[in-house]
Design a protein around this ligand. Structure first.
Ligand code: ZN
Length: 304
């Protein structure tokens, strides 16, 4: 039955309590605006893994960022098929905090010190509890929270970064590196592909987005999860279309190659992932589909 105004009225009239329904004007509460959870915690073996929403913002003209090498018609078709608007995109910035039981390790630090401090505290931790800060790559939205007006954000932490990445930005004339990373370089351990940063946590080289971009494989008691960082930055425009060019990928061909390789591995092994720019809580699975992949957001799998 189609519920027209007439049938709705007649249905209401037939209900004995219809007269007792409150008037719209009686229900007064202030409008609070959009809300979104700021953290999500799951267990992975003996570890606790918490994703932290350190920031989110809308941007215009998404095709100036994703799918730069396809026609506006193709971009529109793929977007509309996935129920996505083509004139706006919502960005998310999601560092991950892992408590291994013996150490608290933070992966990336968001855009600024205030944002990451608020996100860490909202999840029930303090910045002083962070033992290690791991930087996946040195774009501003990942290193921004390392230093603030008050100096070092994570006063008790040591730092870990890829040597290729560090060397690249140290040679470039980059303000972000100079203000956020250079003051901490003395305390920073440089690592290569396949390095163990803590028991069960291993670096996985995935270059292209930046020269030394790295993801991390997390494993505890046989359970696995991969932090893919900026390997793929949109659930449709990067996962379904791994060859679509992304403005922020410094080597676009290499980035696409890394996407296919790592996403293919996650799909084959059915390993869940956290993507730094995926819609919050940024956790999901990857399935092979057509000539690309399908992103399957996590629902309750990791609560069991
Ligand atoms: Zn990023």
């Amino acid at each position: 039955m189609t519920l027209t105004r007439r049938t709705a009225l007649s249905l209401g009239a037939s209900l004995p309590f219809a007269a007792a329904l409150p008037q719209a004007a009686a229900a007064k509460a202030e409008m609070k605006g959009m809300d979104i959870a700021k953290s999500r915690r799951v267990e992975l073996g003996e570890f606790e893994v918490t994703t932290l929403l350190a920031g989110t913002a809308a941007r215009d003209e998404p095709q100036s960022i994703f799918g730069m090498n396809v026609s506006p018609e193709e971009f529109a078709k793929v977007s509309e098929d996935a129920f996505l608007p083509t004139d706006k995109v919502q960005f998310f910035f999601t560092p991950t905090l892992i408590n291994t039981g013996s150490e608290v390790i933070l992966f990336d630090t968001g855009l600024n010190a205030d944002g990451i401090t608020a996100a860490v505290e909202a999840a029930g931790y303090t910045t002083d509890q962070v033992d290690k800060v791991v930087i996946t790559h040195m774009h501003g939205d990942h290193i921004g929270g390392l230093m603030g007006d008050a100096g070092e954000t994570f006063k008790n932490a040591s730092y870990i970064a890829g040597s290729v990445e560090h060397n690249h930005w140290a040679k470039a004339d980059n303000d972000g590196f100079k203000s956020k990373v250079a003051p901490l370089s003395e305390k920073m351990t440089m690592i290569e592909d396949g390095a163990t940063v803590a028991s069960g946590i291993t670096s996985v080289s995935a270059a292209g987005h930046t020269p030394g971009h790295m993801g991390y494989m997390i494993e505890s008691n046989g359970a696995q999860l991969m932090l893919i960082a900026d390997l793929a930055n949109h659930p449709v425009w990067s996962l379904a279309k791994p060859d679509w060019e992304v403005r922020f990928d410094m080597d676009k061909a290499q980035a696409a190659k890394s996407r296919r390789k790592v996403l293919g591995m996650l799909a084959a092994d059915r390993v869940p992932m956290v993507g730094y720019h995926m819609p919050f809580p940024a956790m999901g699975y990857v399935a092979a589909k057509d000539d690309g992949f399908e992103y399957v957001p996590m629902s309750y799998q990791m609560m069991l």
